[in-house]
Write a protein of this length. Structure first.
Length: 69
């Protein structure tokens, strides 16, 4: 499964410079990390944890929707 991740530079003053949000719209998840790679890694970890938690509770997992490149 592949989920799209949308990156957004964090402009808020309470975050150090260089941090990005990583949004996973198909799952309604958001995390952040240092640089795009850090945000991507955090999003991948969050997606894995989210799927594992859903499966552990017998809940359905939202399949990724089609995306345009």
């Amino acid at each position: 499964m592949y989920y799209g991740i949308l990156f957004e530079k964090i402009e808020e003053t309470d975050f150090p410079a260089g941090y990005y949000y990583a949004h996973v719209p198909a799952l309604g998840l958001t995390t952040h990390g240092l640089g795009i790679e850090g945000a991507r890694d955090a999003a991948v970890d969050l997606i894995k944890l989210w799927i594992a938690e859903k499966k552990a509770n017998g809940e359905p997992v939202n399949m990724p929707s089609a995306s345009l490149y």
